[in-house]
Ligand binder design. Structure first.
Ligand code: FO1
Length: 330
């Protein structure tokens, strides 16, 4: 079986670990990862979501941060601080730096981001194919209040909004720079069209899933594919499991609930993204309102708090997806 996962960083990587445990050696998993989190710092191209997926599936992730490398040291960061160079709020570990050095060196030699990702993954033996949503430069910026500027707002890079400000200021808008002209990364459209199932991972709907489905060719492929598209809610009990999805959703006027995100993605047969939507067992009451919006919802345990639960969630997602595939298409 061929499964294609649309993923951001932490939640999507964890879900894909569960999928890998559920599927067998003859099955194939492709992860299409968000690249709009990417940032150029100190002359290096940093790709947080690609790296979180690669490190997590390759066994190199730091277990409690869920980003960057295990057994990390911070000598280079301390030296940069001593030179007083900015930004000092983004943690670049010594081991992690090697990834960015290799990536930047290959990009400068003319390789595309997807080629670079494939080369880096050879070391990590992730057991999946990891694709960049696009090889073009795409960067999410967040509009925040700024009483110094005459417009009263300014756009800051998502990483500054999240890492420096800890999502502590109101979101007035999100602008994904470069998205309208971005083309799908090599292999992405084929993968979506050839897969037996497409899963929208429990990632941030605004800054992770949003940019991926915002790539026109990807959005069209998702409309066309015969594969069922099943999503897993990143919102459980009205709150984000991790990260800052609630601040971004409410900032953009999307209800912070499994039903709110399901409606935001929309039912595929009404021009949206989803054929089915998994909500947490505790949010069972939202299934009915989702069905009114034409989104077929199923309540399952969504919290991936250990490997067994993560694997069970992946199995549930496959079960819902394959039941859809076997259903005669309208
Ligand atoms: N997240 C933080 O909260 N603090 C950091 O200093 C930080 C550094 C960092 C370096 C490389 C990398 O790949 C990710 C990093 N992240 C950091 C996570 C990053 O902000 C991700 O974009 C988020 O996890 C959201 O996807």
């Amino acid at each position: 079986m061929r499964v294609c996962v649309l993923s951001g960083g932490i939640g999507g990587a964890r879900f894909t670990e569960g999928l890998r445990s559920t599927l067998g050696p003859d099955d194939q998993i492709t992860v299409v990862a968000n690249t709009a989190d990417d940032i150029w710092l100190f002359g290096l191209k940093i790709c947080p979501d690609l790296d979180t997926v690669m490190y997590t599936l390759g066994g190199g992730i730091d277990d409690e941060r869920r980003w960057g490398r295990a057994h990390e040291t911070w000598n280079a960061k301390e030296e940069l601080l001593a030179y007083g160079v900015q930004p000092d709020w983004f943690g670049l570990g010594d081991r992690d730096l090697a990834t960015h050095l290799v990536r930047t060196q290959m990009l400068s030699a003319g390789y595309g981001l997807s080629d670079v990702t494939r080369a880096l993954c050879r070391r990590w033996d992730t057991g999946v194919e990891l694709l960049a949503m696009s090889d073009d430069r795409v960067e999410t910026h967040v509009l925040v209040d700024d009483d110094e500027s005459d417009s009263g707002q300014r756009a800051i890079h998502f990483q500054e909004y999240w890492v420096r400000l800890r999502a502590s200021v109101p979101v007035r808008g999100v602008v994904v720079v470069g998205l309208e002209s971005a083309t799908a990364g090599p292999g992405v459209v084929d993968e979506i069209e050839q897969s037996d199932l497409v899963v929208v991972a429990p990632s941030n709907p605004i800054v992770s899933v949003g940019p991926i489905v915002g790539v026109a060719e990807i959005r069209e492929a998702l409309r066309r594919t015969t594969a069922p598209v099943v999503g897993v809610s990143p919102i459980v009990g009205g709150a984000a499991v991790r990260g800052m999805a609630d601040q971004l959703l409410s900032g953009l006027g999307v209800e912070v609930s499994a039903a709110g995100v399901g409606r935001h993605y929309g039912a595929r047969d009404r021009g949206g993204l989803l054929d089915a939507w998994l909500v947490d067992s505790g949010d069972e009451a939202e299934v009915a309102t989702l069905r009114e919006a034409g989104v077929e919802a199923h309540a399952r345990p969504l919290l991936m708090s250990d490997d067994a639960l993560t694997t069970a969630l992946a199995a549930d997602t496959l079960e819902v997806g394959l039941a859809l595939r076997d259903r005669p298409r309208p």
